[in-house]
Design a binder for this molecule. Sequence first.
Ligand code: THU
Length: 130
Amino acid sequence: MSDDLFAAARAAMAFAHVPYSKFPVGAAIRAEDGRIYAGANIENLSFPQGWCAEPTAIGQMIMGGARKIVEIAVIAEKLPLCPPCGGCRQKIAEFATPQTRIYLCDDTGVKKTMTMPELLPFAFETEILG
Ligand code: THU
């Protein structure tokens, strides 16, 4: 993984709005357009209304006009390695390809590199819905 993707994920983490969990997470995507899209988790007083860092980054990517995740880095200040939650795995899968790489990072760099099938085995797939 490139230094700039890691730096973007770490920098994004500083924007986390986490007054309830105090658990900042940052995510950064390199999309097929070569650009980096980053995001942090944004919590809400009505707890279920908050959301994770990954969908913030995905939203940035979509609104930037890109549609494919080439690579994504995830970092959480308080964990040596932050496995994306189940919902985030499905959200990443929506824009992933067989080549997509998921980097789970700590403050020093990549701790684990994964493919989408490793992160989300036996994923929901059907041709009925296109
Ligand atoms: N969180 C993420 O941002 N991404 C994940 O994949 C795991 C969990 C956030 C959600 C919440 O703001 C905090 O971490 C504690 O669960």
